[in-house]
Design a protein around this ligand. Sequence first.
Ligand code: ZN
Length: 294
Amino acid sequence: MSRLITWGAAALMALAANAALTQDTTDDKCLSPAQVRDNDVARNAGAMGEGICISQLEIEENGLAWRFTVAENTTHAKGPTIFLLHDNEQESFDTALYGIRKYGGKLVAVEAADSREFKGQDPNRNFGTTAAATAPCSQMRRKPAPIFTGVLMDLQARQPGFILTLHNNANGYSGNGGSGGISAARQSAVLKGMMAPNGGDEDDAILLAGTKPFDQNNEARKTVAKLHKQGVNVIYEHVRPDRNDCSFSNYVVLNNLGTYYNIEAQHGHGAQQKRMLDILMGLERVRVRDKRVQ
Ligand SMILES: [Zn+2]
């Protein structure tokens, strides 16, 4: 049986009325990996059978028919929610699946035919529920996007309360001969890179975000110290309402929705991304539910 839910005006009203998006996880409502025509699922089919419920959600907003794949650990439903916004970032999907099998919870992946953008819209520039908040967002083509934003936020677990997303990035950054924009060796007006002793590659880092400058953000400074101690590079993003870019980090931080973590790893660095996830889960005291998962 297919599990397609189409969101429209009625669903938007339900969201406005604060109705939670409930997910039925009984087995007959779950899709088999073969039923989902998706390369990420096909590549991981062996690990997505028993104990993992796959479903798909569809919404339509601003002329875009978005589709999200949700994979939930049915044995251990309690656990982190891991958001995957870019469909061309393979290791992030694999790391997220590793994470939900090991720690419980679920992953939520935007489907974009293995591309970064979906029909010209970067999913990670599509967060925002009001015209006023999204006004500065030059990369959000049609705005605002209350359904897209609301459906994704409804999938976020209440416990653990942090927001977690995974990304892969290109090698280096334009300033040092590389091609990426994300690097712990880079400093910009918005992003402050902080290499750890034994932190490894500059492109493998955990990204934090806050509305205060880093020097004034005591919580972030403590987190950086802990991550550096364990050999994890950190990038701090200073978010300001007038510079809102409608990315996930900006939406979470500007709306006070909880601590934001983005585990960034260079394309191909799956092992490094899993290592950083394990360290972060340890820091957040998220319990290992299945020690057999490697
Ligand atoms: Zn990405």
